[in-house]
Design a protein around this ligand. Sequence first.
Ligand code: FES
Length: 150
Amino acid sequence: MCGTSTSKQYDDTEPAQAPMSRHMGIDRPAPGSGIKVNFQDSKGNLLKTVEANEGDDILAIAHEYDIDLEGACEGSVACSTCHVILPPEYYDLLPEPEDDENDMLDMAFGLTDTSRLGCQVKLTKEMDGMDVRLPAATRNMFVDGKKASH
Ligand code: FES
C-alpha cells in the first residue's frame, strides 16, 4: 500500500497563504483524469498532449504546459497573440465570440473560420481530445503598437 490518498498535494514551495501569486496559474489534474488537449504547430504536427480541468482556458493551459502561445494582454481581449485554430466540430461547441473578441480576431494573422482567442475558450468535458492548432505567426498590436510601414 503506497498511501497516495492525497487530496491536496502541491509540488510548489509557495507559502500556503499566497494562492493568487501564480501568474494565471491553473491546477493540473491527476494524470488520466483531466480533459485532454492536443496542441499542434501551424502545420498540424503534435507538439504536446496535456490534461486540464473544466473551466480552464486555452491560454492558461498553454502557459501551464510551456506551449508557445503568447497572450500579451493576459486575457483582457486587447490583443490577438492568443489566437488558436480549432477543429470545426469543437468550434461549434463554443458560445459565439463577443464583439470585442471578434474585433481582435479580425486583426489576427492567418484568421480562419474556426479561429478563436485562446484566452476566451473555456474547456468543457465535451472538448476532451480537442486539437488546438497554433497559427504560423501572431500579430501583436497590443505591445508593438503600430508597426512602421514603408
Ligand atoms: S491574451 Fe490578449 S486577447 Fe487573449
